[in-house]
Design a protein around this ligand. Structure first.
Ligand SMILES: Nc1ncnc2c1ncn2[C@@H]1O[C@H](COP(=O)(O)OP(=O)(O)OP(=O)(O)O)[C@@H](O)[C@H]1O
Ligand SMILES: [Mg+2]
Length: 484
C-alpha cells in the first residue's frame, strides 16, 4: 500500500466541518395553531416544515417555546412530531399568469385549474415603499359611480375606505368599481376574507358574466378556513398587486372585509395567549392594518410610476363608525365612503351618505372639467337636505326656496344608480353640465333615469372628450336629451 494515497477520495475544495441543524418538537396542536419546543434560533415570520409535510409560520417567540400558525394541515399533524426551520419567509406566485385565477392565500388554485406556472414570487410581508420612492396622487381612478366620481373622487394610489352596516351594498360598490376598469388599464385584485362560499361564488359569477375576470385576480379565504389563512389573505393579495405596481402598472385592490381580518387576527392572538386589549383585540391591531395599507401608493416615475389603489371594506354595527376597528381604519385611510341604513331603506341606492363621506386627496386628481362642474353640487345638496328637513313642519316657502327644493329632488334622482352599470367619464361630465345648466329640471322625477340613459348613450357614441369646449358639450346634450 502506497503511503501518499488518501483513504477517501475527497474533492480538494471540500471543507470538512460540522453543520448544526436544530430539530424541534411540536408540543401541542389546536385550532389552527401549534406550539413548538427546541428551535431557539427560529425567527418571526419564518416557515417551519413539519415531519408529516404540514407547514406552519412562526408568529410568537417565547423563551422556552414558539407559537406558529398552521398553513397546511395534514391529517397526521399531532404533538410529538418533529419540526425544522426552513430559513425562508412566506411568499406567493405573482405575475400575469394569475389574471383570471382564484387562489387561496398560499397561492393554491381554488378554481380547479392547474397551479400557476413557476415564475416570479413576492413576499407576503415586506416594508412599504420609502417616502422618497413615492409620488403624489395625481391621476384619477374612475369608479363609475355618479356620486363618488363627482363628489368623493378617488385618485390612483389612494386608500379609500368603504364603511357601512351589513347588507348595505359594500361589496356591490366594490364590484362595480372593478367592472368600470374594463376600459382602463387597471389590474384588479379582489381579496375576500371570511365570507361565505355562496357570497364568494356570486362575486366570481358576476365578474365572469361581465368579462371582468380577464384583468382580475381573486384571493379567497372563506369563513370556514383556518384563522391563519384569513389573517394572511390581505397580505397575499397585496404581494400580488405589489408585483404589478413595481412593473409600472396601475392596480386596484379590494379588501372585503377588514372587520373579518381583524377578527381572524384577534382569534390567532388569543389562541397564542397574547395579552388582549380593547375589545379583546391585541395591542398591535392598528399596526396590522397600517402596515397593510401603507403598501398602497403611487411610485415615482424613476421607479416605474405604477400605483396600487386600495378600497378596504369595513363593517359597522348600527352605523357606529366610532367603534374600534372602523375608527382605526378611518384614521389610516385617505377618506371614506359611508353607506347609510336610512338611505338604503328609502330605496336610494347606492346608499352613499354624501354628508359623511370624504376624500382627502382625490380632488387633486380630478379632471379639471369635472372638478369645475362638480364644485357646487355638494353644497347645493347639503342645503337641500337642510331645507327638506325644515319643510317637514309644513312651512310655506318662497318661490326661490321651492325652486331649490325641486332641484335637490332632481339631484337625488340622479344619485340613484343601478348595480353593474358603471358610468364612464364622458357621461359623467354630461350629467354634471346638464344639471348645472338646468336641463334636467323639467323632467318628471321618475323620468330622470331615462334622461341619464340618453346622455350616456349620446356620450358613448360621440367623439367629444373631457377637454372639448363646454359649449360643444352643451349643444350635444340638448340634442341627446331631445332625441329619445
Ligand atoms: N345600487 C344598487 N341598486 C340596487 N340594489 C343594490 C345596489 N347596491 C346593492 N344592492 C343590493 O343590496 C344587497 C346587499 O348588497 P351587498 O351584498 O353588496 O352588501 P354588503 O354590504 O356587501 O353585505 P355584507 O355585509 O353581507 O357583505 C344586495 O342584494 C344587492 O343586490
Ligand atoms: Mg359584502
Amino acid at each position: 500500500m502506497t503511503p501518499d494515497k488518501p483513504l477517501l477520495d475527497i474533492p480538494e475544495d471540500y471543507q470538512l466541518g460540522l453543520r448544526v441543524s436544530e430539530e424541534g418538537t411540536v408540543i401541542s396542536v389546536g385550532d389552527g395553531i401549534i406550539w413548538v419546543q427546541g428551535l431557539p434560533s427560529a425567527m418571526m415570520d419564518e416557515v417551519l416544515e413539519l415531519e408529516d409535510g404540514s407547514r406552519a409560520l412562526v408568529f410568537l417567540l417565547d423563551p422556552e417555546k414558539l407559537g406558529a400558525i398552521v398553513l397546511e394541515q395534514k391529517a397526521t399533524l399531532s404533538s410529538g412530531i418533529s419540526a425544522r426551520r426552513s430559513g425562508r419567509r412566506l411568499d406567493i406566485h405573482t405575475g400575469d399568469s394569475l389574471l383570471g385565477r382564484v387562489l387561496d392565500p398560499l397561492g393554491q388554485p381554488l378554481d380547479g385549474q392547474p397551479a400557476p406556472a413557476n415564475g416570479e414570487r413576492g413576499l407576503l410581508e415586506v416594508p412599504s415603499p420609502p417616502i422618497l420612492n413615492r409620488d403624489f396622487v395625481s391621476r384619477p381612478l374612475y369608479t363609475g359611480n355618479r356620486i363618488i366620481d363627482s363628489q368623493i373622487p378617488i385618485g390612483k394610489g389612494q386608500r379609500q375606505l368603504i364603511v357601512g352596516d351589513s347588507g348595505l351594498g359594500k361589496t356591490s360598490l366594490a364590484i362595480d368599481c372593478i367592472l368600470r376598469q374594463q376600459s382602463e388599464d387597471v389590474i384588479c385584485i379582489y381579496v375576500s376574507v371570511g365570507q361565505t362560499r355562496s357570497n364568494v361564488a356570486t362575486v366570481i359569477e358576476t365578474l365572469r358574466e361581465h368579462d371582468a375576470l380577464s384583468y382580475t385576480t381573486l384571493v379567497v379565504a372563506e369563513a370556514n378556513e383556518l384563522c391563519g389563512c384569513r389573517y394572511l389573505a390581505p397580505f397575499a393579495g397585496c404581494a400580488i398587486a405589489e408585483h404589478w405596481m413595481q412593473k409600472g402598472r396601475d392596480t386596484l385592490i379590494i379588501y372585503d372585509d377588514l372587520t373579518q381580518h381583524a377578527q381572524a387576527y384577534r382569534e390567532l392572538s388569543l389562541l397564542l395567549h397574547r395579552p388582549p386589549g380593547r375589545e379583546a383585540y391585541p395591542g398591535d391591531i392598528f399596526y396590522l392594518h397600517s402596515r397593510l395599507l401603507e403598501r398602497s401608493t403611487v411610485l415615482a416615475p424613476q421607479y416605474g410610476g405604477g400605483s396600487m389603489t386600495a378600497l378596504p371594506v369595513v363593517e359597522t354595527k348600527q352605523g357606529e363608525i366610532s367603534s374600534y376597528i372602523p375608527t382605526n381604519l378611518i384614521s389610516i385611510t385617505d377618506g371614506q365612503i359611508y353607506l347609510d341604513q336610512k338611505l338604503f331603506a328609502a330605496g336610494i341606492l347606492p346608499a352613499i351618505d354624501v354628508t359623511r363621506s370624504v376624500s382627502r386627496i382625490g380632488g387633486k386628481a380630478q379632471h379639471p372639467a369635472i372638478k369645475k362642474e362638480a364644485g357646487r353640487i355638494r353644497l347645493d345638496y347639503l342645503q337641500f337636505l337642510e331645507l327638506e328637513a325644515f319643510t317637514r313642519f309644513g312651512t310655506r316657502l318662497e318661490p326661490a326656496m321651492e325652486a331649490k327644493l325641486k332641484r335637490g329632488r332632481v339631484l337625488r334622482e340622479i344619485m340613484i344608480q343601478d348595480r353593474l352599470s358603471p358610468v364612464d367619464a364622458g357621461a359623467q361630465l354630461a350629467w354634471l353640465i346638464a344639471y348645472n345648466e338646468q336641463r334636467l329640471d323639467d323632467w318628471p322625477p321618475k323620468q330622470i333615469g331615462a334622461a341619464l340613459g340618453q346622455l350616456q348613450s349620446g356620450a358613448d357614441g360621440s367623439d367629444l372628450t373631457l377637454d372639448s369646449p363646454r359649449e360643444q358639450w352643451l349643444k350635444a346634450i340638448d340634442h341627446w336629451l331631445h332625441t329619445p
